[in-house]
Ligand binder design. Structure first.
Ligand code: CTP
Length: 402
């Protein structure tokens, strides 16, 4: 469930900072992107070079770094993440957070963010039990800051007790718990994705160029916001979204059955490029050439429209039904008509002409068409499209629940 998640990791100045190198590795192994911020004290314990080498990107250190400000301001840095993790959270950093001080990059980010914050305190046992620290912990908890640890054990300073930073595996579990309590917690979302393969005979099939990337990115973005996702996918090479209930299908008919079997849902998203036709009588043995130049003949029949069948349900219709429109000509006009014809609430239209490179590629450029009009999104990565869509879904469900 960490795949595609962006984690802003603030590394504070404590001996446990070295564990953050392991934490970063493990987060990356699970598909998360780690954006590191190193405090001045943190840099006394781990070097900026080792942190940036492991993160595979620049480590942010300075509030008044004009280069960084012109590329990505500290406000943006604090908002672009799914979660901010402070590890180790020293007594000093916690005191700053609890009192609203913002005099360096880390404390400013923590004040400016609108994202969940998880701290992993680490300090000497007496510092942990000090009434000032305990007051700060209570304040931070009542401010909605999540905590993991500290653990009990022997410390670098030779004393024993509470104050050791939680182990990386426990920090990762805590990150997952925080992220799972996102705004879509309790919502069931069904997504279709990828192409379908319609058999002609046991070795040949009708298919299309869909990679399944956009559907998988949408699943990850929704999982990240706490939704329970049923991900129904045709055959693809794309990694499956971690944490979703996965149903792998081959044909349009199997996809339709899987959508029906997924049961009621709050939102249904149809990102699959379903083959419009299947071979009426696919045969069980390989069709052979006759050697006389005869061509095989087969009839095609139209596949059921899965999106339409859900959008036009009279019972158990999801609150929000979202389709895609893959077009090569008259994108807006065709997609607008498609939305009405199918009865879905939103349609994301994209131009899949070969020169756009969208089908199978990493970028997408969509028009979001709804009953309130058309919103043209700039070209962005498929994961950015997914995040933007997920945020719109959060907004829409929030409105419908209020
Ligand atoms: N769709 C579906 N079942 C089908 C065909 C399409 O659920 N049998 C869904 C797709 O997942 C997409 C939307 O309908 O969300 C539009 O798909 P698209 O291929 O653009 O349109 P078609 O309905 O196939 O129409 P056409 O090929 O004529 O453009």
């Amino acid at each position: 469930m960490l795949k595609g998640r962006k984690i802003l990791l603030v590394i504070g100045g404590g001996i446990a900072a070295y564990k953050c190198l392991d934490l970063m590795r493990r987060l990356q192994d699970q598909g998360a992107q780690v954006v590191p911020v190193l405090t001045r004290a943190g840099a006394e314990f781990v070097t900026p070079l080792s942190v940036s080498a492991l993160a595979g990107q620049k480590v942010h250190q300075d509030l008044f770094d004009l280069d960084a400000e012109s590329e990505i301001g500290h406000i943006q840095l604090s908002r672009a993440a799914d979660i901010i993790v402070v590890a180790p959270a020293t007594a000093d950093l916690m005191a700053k957070m609890a009192n609203g001080l913002a005099n360096d990059l880390a404390s400013t980010l923590l004040m400016a963010t609108d994202k969940p914050v998880l701290i992993a305190p680490s300090m000497n046992v007496r510092m942990w039990h000090h009434p000032a620290t305990q007051r700060n912990v209570a304040t931070l908890k009542s401010d909605g800051i999540h905590t993991v640890g500290p653990d009990e054990g022997s410390m670098a300073c030779g004393e024993f007790g509470l104050g050791r930073m939680a182990e990386p595996a426990d920090i990762i579990d805590a990150i997952k718990t925080v992220l799972n309590n996102g705004p879509l917690k309790g919502k069931h979302i069904v997504i279709t994705s990828g192409p379908t393969h319609e058999p002609i005979d046991p070795v040949r099939y009708i298919a299309n160029r869909s990679s399944g990337k956009q559907g998988a990115a949408i699943a990850s973005a929704l999982l990240a916001r706490g939704a329970a996702v049923t991900f129904i996918t045709g055959p693809t090479h794309e990694p499956l979204p971690d944490g979703a209930a996965i149903v792998q299908v081959e044909t349009a008919l199997e996809m339709l059955n899987a959508v029906e079997a997924a049961g009621p849902c709050n939102v249904a998203i149809f990102a699959a490029a379903v083959a419009d036709w299947r071979v009426k009588d696919a045969v069980d043995s390989k069709i052979k050439k006759t050697g006389k130049g005869d061509l095989p003949e087969f009839d095609l029949v139209e596949n059921p429209d899965i999106l339409k069948s859900v959008a036009q349900r009279t019972e158990n219709r999801p609150e929000l039904v979202i389709g895609f429109a893959a077009e090569t000509d008259n994108v807006l006009e065709n997609a607008t008509a498609k939305r009405l014809r199918k009865g879905c609430d939103w349609i994301l239209a994209n131009d899949v002409s070969p020169e756009t490179g969208i089908m199978g590629g990493d970028k997408n450029k969509v028009l979001l068409i709804s009953d309130t009009g058309v919103d043209a999104w700039p070209e962005m990565s498929k994961s950015e499209v997914a995040n933007r869509l997920a945020n719109k879904i959060v907004e829409a469900l929030g409105d419908s629940n209020s």
